[in-house]
Write a protein that binds this ligand. Structure first.
Ligand SMILES: [Zn+2]
Length: 305
């Protein structure tokens, strides 16, 4: 199967050439949304709307064993309660596995991927894979699929974090696109969907900074245009850890949507908004949006839960 041409994405005009802003909020339903997720949603929404852009929601649910059906419901309830509206229909990555396989096939035809039989037990965790199986020419069935990288630096200019670089070979290694159990890696699904949805700007947490060079590399191999990136500082809990599902961050309480929204806008350093219906608060936040006010660095000072 060949990848289809992207439907004329909302970021292009009728002639298909004038690029405007298309941003996205792309949560994974591996746990309920927490205050850190709300900060990302607010920032991605305000940055898109302040630039007369389109904002879309995508559910990143390819890691099927880690998905909780309840968290998907919680995400949708939160979007509703905080009155965020996706400009196009919400897509679910688990329904798009054929597209990711087609991208792998496209890379396979150019001999940019290979099958790897190494087990996690052999490799250990946190390894940088050096390409043990690269010249083995293994059959693709029932093996992990890895992408080839070369000894090359990838750098990008982040709108908040400045220049960020990684060496593909020494920092990242030949990374997995599809696991042996058939699960599509997050990196690949993100890159394919950002392209097919016409995304131009990625606004997300600084914990994902180190994924960006992998995604830029994949985009280059697939012939996709490069995106703009803005990685937000992370809200920390009382123990100095970033808010996350692993650290048992509190699920967003939709009964207190206006108060939480106001706190998220403040955490982003923006001018306060009047407590009101969430869509009115968001409109005010968009009108006042100024990325110069976002706290510098990768952490937001203050104690969040
Ligand atoms: Zn291997």
């Amino acid at each position: 199967m060949l990848l289809p041409n992207p439907p004329l994405p909302p970021s292009f005009d009728n002639e298909g050439d004038r690029m405007v802003y298309t941003g996205r909020f792309a949560p994974s339903p591996t746990g309920p949304l927490h205050f850190g997720s709300l900060i990302t949603a607010v920032a991605s929404y305000c940055d898109a709307k302040a630039n007369q852009g389109t904002w879309i929601v995508r559910i990143e649910d390819t890691d099927i064993p880690r998905i909780y059906p309840d968290s998907e419901q919680h995400i949708l309830k939160c979007l509703d309660a905080f009155e965020f509206e996706s400009d196009v229909e919400i897509i679910y990555q688990k329904n798009r596995l054929d597209l990711y396989d087609a991208a792998i096939e496209q890379l396979q035809q150019k001999q940019l991927v290979y099958a790897c039989e190494c087990t996690r037990k052999i490799l250990g965790s946190n390894h940088i894979y050096t390409g043990t199986c690269r010249e083995k020419h293994l059959d693709f069935a029932n093996q992990a699929i890895r992408v080839k990288v070369s000894d090359q630096n990838i750098c990008f200019q982040d709108h908040l974090q400045g220049q960020h670089c990684s060496n593909l070979q020494t920092d990242l290694g030949n990374f997995v696109l599809k696991r042996r159990d058939g699960i599509i890696n997050y990196q690949l699904a993100v890159v394919v969907d950002d392209y097919l949805q016409g995304i131009t700007h990625v606004v997300r947490g600084a914990d994902l900074l180190d994924n960006t060079e992998r995604q830029i590399w994949l985009g280059q191999l697939l012939g996709y245009p490069q995106l703009e990136y803005m990685h937000l500082p992370l809200a920390m809990n009382a123990q100095g850890q970033k808010l996350s599902k692993q650290n048992l961050a509190h699920a967003l309480d939709i009964q207190h949507a206006p108060e939480l929204l106001s706190q998220a806008i403040s955490a982003l350093g923006q001018q306060p908004v009047d407590i009101d219906q969430p869509h009115k608060m968001l409109a005010q936040a968009v009108a006042q949006w100024d990325i110069q006010l976002i706290p510098k660095g990768t952490e937001i000072q203050g104690i969040f839960k």
